[in-house]
Design a protein around this ligand. Structure first.
Ligand SMILES: [Zn+2]
Length: 354
């Protein structure tokens, strides 16, 4: 792949959660968070990965044929690690390997069957995942990574600390979210800062959750809109990493995570510098608009609402803002569907202040 296509690393756990953990009371979690912040292990991992890339690039597959490769990083931060399962091979004894294999396959099938897209680049690109990714603590000891990320070429999953986070392969919507960052790098490639960055996060949440709803055959009204439920160790103060239907309510007064900062309306737009200008924070606003559209239209969200958003993702430019998405989705709804659909889209955006 052309290195100029690469995006910055896109992690599922936002920096403000890691910072909250670093300030918390639990010494073990504090150490985990401080290591994560100080060492930026993911970036080091990418550097190692780039050096190894030529050896693992696989030629493009014929249309609609998946090419999955799952590697075991063996608790170190060097990607990709040792190849443990290739396309067509049977299950292994390692649950994380099988989840990475199955869920990346579900994501491929979703994009191909629903939108006719042939892998992330629409040209049969291999889906590469590394599991059991670790991070160094500065004393040459490794701990499980408390995150999952897309690095511009592949997926990487940590095993979690076991206190707040569990293995990051557990959640189909997290896998779908990260792989959608890959799709975006070949389409609108929205700049990962401010509103365009929040749109980047938004599209990853939309298609991440749609992979799950499609796999489980759920309608927009019966489905859960929680992102990352299965990667959290259950506790009464947390339900997921984000709630697309009710942004700002995924966790509250949680000793490790704090309180979900996502706004659900433009009047509460975050304008500070944290989180690259609120990319994981302000995505709550378009997320809520998407859910309102999907629920107003009824039936499965991936058909009409999903098609409108997929088309919009192809049409937006690198610096598009929320108002651009609002405008373009209304336009696509009218052109591809009908006046009633356009009205529903406009009404949803109006409810979130756009
Ligand atoms: Zn993301």
């Amino acid at each position: 792949m052309n290195p100029s296509c690469r995006n910055p690393i896109q992690c599922i756990v936002p920096p403000y959660i890691v910072e909250h953990m670093a300030r918390g009371d639990d010494p073990r979690l504090r150490e985990w968070a401080l290591v994560h912040l100080a060492r930026a292990a993911a970036i080091r991992a990418v550097r190692s990965f780039v050096q190894q890339m030529p050896a693992m690039m696989v030629s493009a597959s014929p249309t609609g044929k998946k090419q999955r490769l799952v590697y075991d990083a063996r608790k170190k931060d060097v990607l990709p690690g040792r190849l443990v399962r290739s396309e067509g091979e049977g299950k292994t004894a390692d649950l994380a390997v099988n989840e990475a294999y199955d869920y990346s396959g579900d994501t491929f099938d979703f994009f191909f069957e629903v939108f006719g897209r042939n892998s992330l680049d629409d040209a049969g690109m291999s889906l590469v995942s590394s599991v059991h990714v670790g991070e160094a603590d500065g004393r040459d000891r490794f701990q499980p990574m408390n995150n999952a990320f897309w690095d511009g070429s592949q997926m990487a999953y940590g095993d979690g600390d076991g206190v707040v986070f569990q293995c990051f392969t557990r959640s189909l919507d997290v896998v779908g979210h990260e792989l959608t960052h890959g799709v975006q790098s070949f389409t609108s490639n929205l700049l990962y800062r401010g509103q365009s960055g929040a749109l980047n996060e938004h599209f990853s949440d939309v298609f991440g959750i749609l992979v799950r709803q499609w796999r489980q055959k759920e309608s927009a009204t019966e489905a859960s809109w929680l992102i990352g439920k299965e990667v959290l160790v259950p506790a009464p103060t947390r339900r997921g990493i984000r709630d697309m239907e009710h942004p700002g309510t995924a966790y509250r007064d949680d000793p490790a995570l704090g309180t979900d900062p996502q706004p659900d309306h433009m009047s509460k737009l975050y304008t500070g510098p944290a989180d690259s200008g609120g990319v994981h924070i302000n995505s709550g606003i378009p997320n809520r608009a998407f859910v309102l559209v999907a629920q107003a239209l009824g039936g499965p969200a991936w058909t009409t609402a999903g098609t409108i958003w997929y088309e919009a993702m192809l049409q937006l430019s690198r610096t598009s803002q929320f108002a651009d998405l609002a405008k373009i989705t209304a336009q696509i709804a009218g052109d591809r569907f009908d006046a009633a659909t356009k009205k529903a889209v406009k009404a949803a955006w109006k409810k979130v202040g756009l």
